[in-house]
Design a binder for this molecule. Structure first.
Ligand SMILES: Nc1nc2c(c(=O)[nH]1)N[C@H]1C(S)=C(S)[C@@H](COP(=O)(O)O)O[C@H]1N2
Ligand SMILES: [Mo]
Length: 221
């Protein structure tokens, strides 16, 4: 086992072209591959049983079938994504339904300021409601003009490109609207409540020891 200091010494410094690019947040390294990271097993679905729920601070709870969602307007975007384990990937192409286009159907109460995103298997992540209103916030079903693979969150994942990628819940199943913020899974385990990659908001307190090369050992596409 290497000590942390040894690992840092041995890890290659990012190339100048990477650090100079103002699209790459501090402490991140570019990859062309697509790492696969999640807790637990990839869920299997019978799409006839699948639903997306909205609840909490709403006038009325709702549940959507996959077909109901697919009838909504679709949006295709290109964006950069940034994982807290230090990989970033530029110009990723996604297609999905804008959260903003779904919102009018959810009859959210004006008191709602935060959203807990619920996903399988037993995953949650919190995001301010305002952060879900942007042009590039999608419920994504296509990646790179192909159906999103199950390992990357298919049939449907949230995409929140301006925050660290753990906020982009794979296998999304529900939105809970809240008056007060509450930490989700990683946020309860020492990670930052908000998670802006350009401010390096990785952790909420002391740095957690994530080895710099941890993501190299994960699966990739
Ligand atoms: N449901 C669920 N979504 C999740 C996770 C998870 O464990 N479960 N991990 C998050 C983390 S930490 C990252 S970096 C990204 C990874 O997405 P990818 O596997 O498509 O690269 O998914 C996020 N969404
Ligand atoms: Mo992550």
């Amino acid at each position: 086992m290497l000590t942390k200091a040894e690992r840092i010494k041995r890890s290659k410094a990012p190339a100048a072209s990477e650090t100079q690019n103002d699209r790459v947040p501090p402490g991140q390294v570019l990859t062309d591959r697509f790492p696969i990271l999640h807790e637990g097993d990839v869920p299997r679905y019978d799409m006839k049983e699948w639903s997306l729920r909205s609840f909490g601070e709403v006038e009325e709870e709702r549940s959507f079938t996959y077909d109901e969602l697919m009838a909504l307007p679709r949006t295709r975007i290109s964006c950069d994504i940034h994982c807290v384990t230090r990989w970033s990937k530029l110009d990723t192409v996604w297609e999905g339904i804008r959260f903003r286009d779904l919102l009018p159907l959810l009859k959210v109460k004006p008191e709602a300021k935060y959203v807990m995103v619920h996903a399988d298997p037993d995953y949650e992540t919190n995001v301010p409601l305002e952060d879900l209103m942007g042009d590039d916030i999608l419920l994504a079903f296509n990646y790179d003009d192909k159906p999103l693979t199950d390992k990357h969150g298919g049939p449907l994942r949230l995409l929140v490109p301006h925050l660290y990628f753990w906020k982009s819940a794979k296998w999304v199943r529900g939105f809970e609207f809240m008056q007060e913020d509450r930490p989700g899974f990683w946020e309860s385990n020492g990670f930052h409540l908000y998670a802006d990659p350009f401010k390096e908001q990785r952790f909420s307190g002391e740095d957690l020891n994530i080895p710099e090369d941890e993501w190299h050992h994960k699966d990739f596409d």
